[in-house]
Design a protein around this ligand. Structure first.
Ligand SMILES: Nc1nc2c(ncn2[C@@H]2O[C@H](COP(=O)(O)OP(=O)(O)O)[C@@H](O)[C@H]2O)c(=O)[nH]1
Ligand SMILES: Nc1ncnc2c1ncn2[C@@H]1O[C@H](COP(=O)(O)OP(=O)(O)O)[C@@H](O)[C@H]1O
Length: 215
């Protein structure tokens, strides 16, 4: 049987809505999902490792990677450059491995518009309220107050892109949101793995129909 192609799972949300937390849970849930480690010019947060959470680059190095065509997509977010390396993507699709992208709406648009767009499953995460979004950003205790203010100010713009996504989830209860994400991914995998078999069955049914017509 033909192996299904890998999925490019794109998760976007305003900063603080919970996409990193949900991404981590999805990676723990299923070993067939790998994380697309982005390149960025942002400074590492405490505990973040080069090559694991991000590839941390200088502005010059980042620009060189873009110029060399090594980025599948890239964008400026909160004043820093972020981009998804092209290298692992086609390999994953062909090997039937799923890749998880924690990227913003600009990246989502670029990948969807690319030749690889047909492999995309996109999910947008909304916070239950703006107050809760701010509470989560503050309680994460990773960003300075001015950085948090910048992210809150940008959140409305990010949220306005929800209609571009295949699915939209409100991340109120974390376990419930994780459960819904698992359901969405499982259903999409089922749809993809069925396709080759279904084409064969329809061909056989058509042949049988033709045979019947002759008798
Ligand atoms: N377009 C694009 N956006 C990215 C990429 N990597 C991360 N981002 C987005 O950049 C924004 C800031 O990410 P980060 O600094 O890690 O903050 P956090 O999402 O609040 O934890 C988020 O919206 C990410 O989804 C990327 O490779 N491409
Ligand atoms: N459903 C939820 N309920 C309460 N807190 C949450 C929920 N989802 C995430 N969080 C917390 O909110 C903060 C921001 O989540 P994070 O995953 O870093 O967001 P993002 O990656 O979208 O910026 C973290 O401290 C995380 O533990």
């Amino acid at each position: 049987m033909t192996q299904r192609r890998g999925l490019l799972i794109i998760i976007s949300s305003p900063s603080g809505a919970g996409k990193s937390t949900l991404s981590r849970r999805l990676l723990d849930w299923d070993g067939n999902i790998r994380f697309s480690v982005s390149a960025t010019t942002r400074a590492p947060r405490p505990g973040e490792e080069h090559g694991l959470h991000y590839f941390f680059h200088s502005h010059e190095d980042f620009q060189r990677l873009v110029d060399e065509g090594q980025m599948l997509e890239h964008a400026t977010v909160f004043g820093n450059s972020y981009g998804s390396p092209r290298g692992p993507v086609e390999e994953a699709i062909n090997a039937g491995r799923d890749l998880l992208f924690d990227i913003d709406w600009q990246g989502g648009q670029q990948i969807r518009a690319s030749a690889l767009g047909k492999h995309v499953l996109s999910i947008f995460i909304l916070p239950p309220s703006m107050k809760e979004l701010e509470r989560r950003l503050v309680s994460r205790a990773q960003d300075a107050p001015d950085v948090i203010a910048k992210r809150m100010a940008q959140s409305r713009d990010e949220i306005s892109h929800w209609p571009e996504y295949d699915y939209v989830l409100v991340n109120d209860n974390l376990d419930e949101t994780e459960d819904r994400l698992r359901t969405i991914i499982s259903a999409e995998r089922l749809r993809l793995s069925q396709q080759p078999g279904v084409v064969e069955v329809v061909r056989r049914l058509n042949a049988e129909y033709e045979e019947e017509g002759k008798t």
